[in-house]
Design a binder for this molecule. Structure first.
Ligand code: GLU
Length: 426
């Protein structure tokens, strides 16, 4: 059992190493295609700063547990770094590094005045009480306080963190700072300076990309069969938006299993029954595995869970003609190649999931100016941003004859490379 667990964590570490090295390989390729010298790649291949913290927390049973957390700041040439904080048992330093690089690329793609950052704590919030989670959230902010701030590095939600956790973190920072600092963090509850539309922003952005991709393939989203892997923040809102648009959501999943029905699932019922971590399949007997779900019949596949889901092992069996990545890093480099060769249109994570950070930026702008926008205003701005980004990347892919991932990296890396050059760093 112990040996099995050790083998599992070695496998997980190797996978995350692959995630970082394949991200580096695409960044290198993108910079070469843009004609930048190798020193620009040397600067951008790793985060500028990486902080590891250990956070002691008094648990409900009276014991003290020490949690390990990270904050990576990839590059702040363009502006303060920005990116979420994930609470997950599989968090590693390598993963956080890769995630911070993806945030830099997203910021470049949707043209925000930010660089990328990311944080993570190794923990399982599904097994923790509310009080323990509050203590951990506050402890993490105290531990990283020297390197974060509204004009330095602005955190946000990510896997298994939500607006309540952002509220505790904002409160802790405001107490230390002795000012009310809503601009310290985004994804807050509306009453604490959160923005309308932030909670559903990632899913809205993905929906816009799905519609644009479908147009390119002369396909109608109405009536299309869709599989959404993952029923967390992105996956659940997305299933709802697509269902409301007339798509037939034939498959969904959570960490424990998947549901598939070729006639379409009752999305409203499933949304009603999911818990706050997106778990719902435990209520059913007729589940299939996540692996089976990915290979099931559909027109559009949306991986909206975790990394490394579409690999060289299953890429040949994907039935969809459009794959839109709502999760960060769900498709490996080998699988990207296979899908592209098979003529499948792959809309990459750094573009498709950029709606979240876009509305986070709107939230930060509203906090800085102290004047708040309506939901319609936010939606309009998000729509314009995503359409522009999608088309810039689609056109780059066409004119440069590259896949959409490489095109997205080319668009995403340019501003950061230019800013670093103007600052005299390279
Ligand atoms: N965690 C989200 C992401 O991966 C959002 C980050 C943000 O809003 O700053 O894009």
């Amino acid at each position: 059992m112990v040996a099995e667990k050790a083998a599992d964590s070695t496998k997980e570490a190797k996978k995350q190493m692959d995630v970082l090295s394949s991200t580096q390989a695409v960044v290198k390729n993108a910079l070469e295609k843009l004609g930048y010298p190798d020193e620009v790649y040397e600067l951008l291949k790793e985060p500028l700063r990486m902080m590891t913290v250990r956070i002691p927390i008094k648990m409900d049973d009276g014991s003290t547990k020490i949690f390990t957390g990270y904050r990576a700041q990839h590059n702040d040439a363009v502006g303060p770094t920005k990116g979420g904080i994930r609470f997950h048992p599989d968090v590693t330093e390598t993963e956080v590094k890769a995630l911070s690089m993806w945030m830099s690329l997203k910021a470049g793609i949707v043209d925000l005045p930010y660089g990328g950052g990311k944080g993570g704590i190794i923990c399982d919030p599904r097994d923790m009480s509310f009080r323990e989670l509050e203590a951990l959230s506050r402890g993490y902010v105290r531990a990283i306080s020297q390197i974060v701030g509204p004009t330095k590095d602005i955190p946000a939600p990510d896997v298994f963190t939500n607006s309540q956790i952002m509220a505790w973190m904002m409160d802790e920072y405001s107490r230390m700072d002795e000012f009310n600092s809503p601009g310290f963090i985004t994804g807050k509850p509306i009453v604490l300076g959160g923005s309308h539309g932030r909670e559903s922003a990632t899913a809205k952005g993905v929906t816009i990309c799905i519609n644009e991709a479908a147009k390119k393939r002369n396909m109608s989203v109405k009536g299309a069969k869709v599989i959404v892997q993952g029923f967390g923040n992105a996956g659940s809102f997305l299933s709802k938006f697509l269902h409301d648009e007339g798509a037939i959501v034939v498959g969904i999943s959570d960490a424990y299993g998947a549901l598939y029905d070729p006639e379409g699932l009752d999305i409203d019922y499933l949304l009603d029954r999911r818990d706050s971590f997106g778990t719902v399949t435990k209520l059913f007997n007729n589940t299939i595995s996540n692996k089976e779900l990915l290979e099931s019949e559909c027109d559009i596949l949306v991986p909206a869970a975790v990394e490394n889901q579409i690999t060289e092992d299953n890429a040949h069996n994907i039935k969809a003609s459009i794959v839109v990545e709502a999760a960060n890093g769900p498709t490996t480099m080998e699988a990207t190649k296979i899908l592209t060769e098979r003529g499948i249109l792959l809309v990459p994570d750094v573009l498709a999931s950029a709606g979240g950070v876009t509305v986070s930026y709107f939230e930060w702008v509203q906090n800085n100016q102290g004047y708040y926008w309506s939901e319609e205003e936010v939606e309009e701005k998000l729509y314009a941003t995503m359409i522009k980004a999608f088309n810039a990347i689609y056109d780059t892919a066409q004119t440069r004859q590259v896949d959409m991932r490489l095109a997205a990296y080319m668009v995403g890396v340019r501003k950061m490379a230019e800013a670093s050059r103007f600052r005299g760093w390279v």
